[in-house]
Design a protein around this ligand. Structure first.
Ligand code: MN
Length: 287
């Protein structure tokens, strides 16, 4: 186990460096050593060593493209709350900036959420206001994302509370920050808990359509590609199935079955300037 975690740290640093050569490898390794020591002997609910959680959070932070201090804070984010390694120790060893980030994440975690509708908007606002540094919110989102990926290990009652909180507070905040991939994943993981039957129905429905879908999406990509090749516009094109929750919402709002919903697919064409963007829009409307 120890070596696997070590590999993940090596890989995380390698990736961070590729994105940003100025990343401070020594500092990140030191933060990992401290976190591993502080959480030594602690276990997560699924029986794994606790350190897997902060390392997973740090990986998400690297994916978000954040800086050295954010990665360190991700590794140390549960230390103030759960270990002997407190604010002072973090500040002495990693500086005020890392200590402030960890402290901010800890304080956001103490915000108590209630199910009253009016309070949710207030809570989202308070959430944004409490974090003077946007990195605090991003680290907290990474923390929640990893916790949501492991919802199944919580007791059932807690699963629902956390999933509701994720759907009502965290996903909208991710949306507001333009982090659509994080938002989608948070929504889908929450839906899986909140309406597991509805969720499964969509998964099965998509599964049943999968071969036609491949063909359909390839066909669309080819058609658009051909047209763009002719007009010599440089482009990249990708197509995907929309995330489960957005399909779910449509089925629910329009009272339809999955086979009656047509905008299940999203096609993205990226071009190099605004004029070409409008040109592509015109071609697609033509087709
Ligand atoms: Mn955590």
């Amino acid at each position: 186990m120890a070596s696997t975690i070590q590999n993940r740290i090596d890989f995380l640093i390698e990736r961070a460096k590729r994105q940003n050569p100025a990343i401070n490898e020594r500092k990140i390794r030191a933060a990992y050593e401290c976190a591993a020591k502080a959480h030594e002997g602690q276990k997560r609910r699924n029986g794994e060593p606790y350190i897997i959680h902060p390392v997973s959070v740090a990986e998400i932070i690297v994916e978000m493209g954040l800086d050295t201090d954010s990665i360190c804070a991700g590794l140390l984010h549960d230390c103030i709350e759960d270990t002997e390694f407190g604010y002072k120790e973090i500040e002495n060893k990693f500086g005020t900036s890392v200590a402030e980030l960890v402290d901010g994440v800890t304080r956001l975690g103490m915000l108590r959420y209630s199910k009253e509708q009016e309070q949710m908007e207030d809570l989202r606002k308070m959430f944004m206001a409490m974090a003077k540094d946007i990195r605090v919110i991003l680290i907290k989102l990474a923390d929640r994302l990893h916790n949501a990926r492991t919802f199944q290990f919580l007791p059932e009652r807690k699963q629902r509370d956390k999933a509701l909180e994720t759907m009502e507070i965290y996903a909208p905040i991710a949306h507001r920050l333009g982090m659509s991939r994080v938002k989608w994943e948070l929504e889908d993981l929450s839906l899986k808990i909140l309406d597991s039957i509805g969720y499964q129905e969509i998964v099965d429905g998509l599964e049943a359509q999968s071969s036609e879908r491949e063909e359909f999406l390839n066909h669309i990509k080819d058609d658009i590609g051909k047209r763009l090749d002719e007009s010599k516009i440089p482009y990249t094109i990708s197509a995907r199935v929309k995330h489960i929750y957005s399909i779910y919402r449509k089925m629910y709002a329009q009272n339809k079955t999955i086979n009656e919903i047509y905008d299940i697919y999203a096609v993205r064409v990226i071009v190099d300037n605004v004029t070409n963007c409008y040109n592509v829009l015109g071609y697609v409307n033509d087709l």
